[in-house]
Design a protein around this ligand. Structure first.
Ligand code: ADP
Ligand code: MG
Length: 608
């Protein structure tokens, strides 16, 4: 059933692609002046060209803001870079305009990379300010270089059809070419969203720590988002410049930057149709009769306010909500009873045969507080090893040190490979699968998306293959989708496959997180309080599933758990942590013989 539905979904999406291309090639030419020269006046065609380039600029910012969650208030500078670079190519060197578009895109990408670097450290208001200043600086410096811009007289951008000659195409034909570019950018945007790239961007937008634990290189993908956005913006600038034929740096200032932000906010952050439609409307507005013309920005401001208050997802969100089906009540956590985690787990990465994890004298300090002090422990293959200790003992911090989320001293070795210097996403890729005490999922995304996100490292196609959705990318995605389906079926979550994770109950979210990590076939599965929030029966049941994972599949597990009887029942070996230090360690029999330790630090009542 499920795979059948998926297949039709894929076909459906493909038919949308084909439809868009057909639309571009068959329906647009009548507009162009080839077939119906009188349909559009040049003035109207110019207005629409402006709208279309604004639409591409909006898609560009939407990629950055809506997908990757990075605000840019200096986007106009990227359009400027694109327009002026195109002018050099077309006007100075006499190359055809589409070469100018490509070079404009390149210029936008390079400049965007420069804005992206501060974004690696800054976010929110600070990033917004930096991009604002960057835009203003670009406008006042680079965009005023005489080489680029011919100073205040402006750089001309002829619509040159072929090398050197002066056959310049008319406005309606130019408009149709811009529309074809818009369709192209749109398709690339669709491809981004349906591949590893889009999943990585969305995960970063929600929570960078979670993204890293899924094996996503946050630095790389943030920069990639800036570059892709810059390329789109550069192309938009080049198209816009070709429309009006002469550009000066004045056009690429704050006003345009804010206009683009406004368009994305009104149209719907993270959507495609909304921003593009608003772009065209905003371009048309000044040509409308007086009340609209005079008050277009006032109307836009009003809509923005309304949006922010009532429709945070913008125009497109409103339509999507109308169409969305309500989701049912959360399923009972008791469904754990039928849960077969082994069916969910991916092929575990082969182990070298030695100790899976060696932690050697690891310490973590938070401004004078020794959260973890000289802790050493080992996890042997096929064992379930437990870590217990009172609240604040440093258990989660130790997990963070092992998985690379906090700086620590000491050494960590995974399956014989030292990983102390590796970044979190590299440790995840090396086979360290972990869950978080407060559930590490991309909560705005569906169960399916999260499972796919966890497979980040199996999506082995190149970025270019992703952008083009090449057959290889398509095959890999189809395989991953099949895998995700298996996991979802194994979980018994078919009904919730496309439900945003935040709508699930806490217990369900834990299961999805566990399944997502398991599906990557980790060498070591690290679970931070997996039974928190589960009923006693469900907790007992989960323990049984974990035991099965160990016995049937040889899965190695390191487990933080506050439920001491459960730990003693389940684990092969247990470490007791208190105030950052190892207090005791031993097999469960050995520990049971030390009631004074367990009693003093964990509350004697649990043994009553
Ligand atoms: P546990 O998981 O055993 O309950 P934690 O590892 O969460 O304990 O916390 C151990 C100690 O480290 C606590 O005193 C906590 O307040 C402190 N701590 C944890 N994370 C941070 C942090 N990011 N910055 C400062 N102190 C922290
Ligand atoms: Mg904790």
């Amino acid at each position: 059933m499920r795979s059948l539905r998926n297949k039709t979904e894929v076909q459906h999406r493909r038919s949308i692609d084909v439809g868009l291309v057909l639309l571009a090639c068959v329906v647009l030419p009548p507009l162009t002046g080839w077939a119906m020269p009188d349909l559009l006046s040049s003035a109207h065609a110019l207005t629409l060209t402006y709208g279309v380039s604004l639409g591409i600029a909006a898609l560009s910012l939407n990629l950055l803001l809506g997908y990757a969650g990075q605000l840019s208030l200096g986007h106009a500078a990227l359009l400027g870079a694109g327009a002026f670079a195109a002018s050099v190519i077309v006007d100075r060197f006499g190359l055809p305009m589409y070469v100018g578009w490509a070079v404009g895109g390149l210029a936008g990408g390079v400049v965007a990379l420069a804005i992206g670097i501060p974004a690696l450290r800054l976010r929110g208001l600070y990033l917004a300010l930096v991009t604002l200043v960057f835009g203003a600086t670009m406008q006042a410096s680079v965009l005023r270089w005489r080489f680029f811009t011919h100073g205040s007289s402006g750089a001309s951008l002829p619509r040159r059809w072929w090398f050197g000659d002066h056959i310049l195409i008319n406005e309606p034909i130019y408009l149709s070419m811009c529309l074809v570019v818009l369709v192209g950018v749109w398709l690339v945007d669709v491809n981004i969203i349906r591949t590893r790239l889009g999943r990585a961007f969305l995960a970063i937008r929600e929570d960078e720590t979670t993204a890293q634990s899924f094996g996503i290189d946050v630095v790389r993908y943030k920069l990639l988002a800036f570059v892709l956005s810059g390329v789109m913006a550069g192309i938009a600038g080049a198209l816009y410049g070709g429309g009006i034929g002469l550009v000066t740096s004045d056009e690429f200032g704050r006003e345009l930057s804010l206009r683009i932000v406004l368009i994305v906010v009104i149209g719907g952050i993270g959507r495609r149709w909304g921003p593009v439609v608003i772009s065209v409307l905003l371009a048309i507005a000044p040509t409308l009769p007086p009340p609209f013309r005079r008050y277009d920005l006032v109307i836009a401001a009003g809509i923005t306010l309304y949006n922010v208050v009532k429709l945070p997802e913008g125009l497109a969100g409103l339509i999507a909500h109308r169409r969305a089906k309500p989701t049912g009540p959360p399923v009972d956590v008791e469904q754990l009873r039928e849960l077969d985690l082994a069916a969910v787990a991916g092929a575990a990465a082969p182990l070298g045969g030695g100790t899976v994890l060696i932690v050697h004298e690891v310490s973590v300090e938070f401004g004078g507080l020794h959260a973890v002090e000289d802790v050493s422990l080992r996890v042997e293959p096929g064992q379930i090893v437990g870590i217990i200790g009172p609240n604040g003992a440093g258990k989660s911090t130790l997990f963070n040190a092992i998985s690379g989320f906090v700086p620590s001293t000491g050494a960590v070795t995974l399956d014989g490979v030292p990983i102390s210097w590796a970044k979190p996403h590299e440790r995840a890729a090396a086979g360290l699968g972990r869950t978080f005490q407060n559930v590490g999922l991309a909560r705005d995304q569906s169960v399916r998306q999260n499972i796919l996100l966890a497979q980040h490292h199996f999506a082995s196609y190149s970025d270019l293959a992703a952008l083009a959705y090449s057959p290889s990318a398509r095959d890999v995605e189809a395989r991953l989708a099949g895998l995700a389906d298996e996991v979802i079926t194994g979980l018994g979550f078919e009904e919730y496959a496309d439900t945003p994770v935040r709508q699930l109950s806490g217990g369900q979210q834990r299961l999805v997180e566990l399944a997502a990590v398991l599906a990557t076939g980790p060498k070591l599965l690290m679970l931070d309080e997996p039974t928190a929030g589960l009923s006693p029966a469900a907790a007992e049941n989960l323990a049984e599933r974990l035991r099965q994972l160990r016995d049937d599949r040889g899965q190695t597990i390191l487990l933080i758990e506050h439920n001491v009887p459960l730990v003693l029942d389940l684990c092969d070996y247990v470490y007791v942590l208190s105030a950052g230090q190892l207090l005791a360690a031993g097999t469960t029999e050995e520990l049971s013989a030390m009631p004074e330790i367990l009693g003093a630090y964990l509350g004697g009542e649990v043994f009553a």
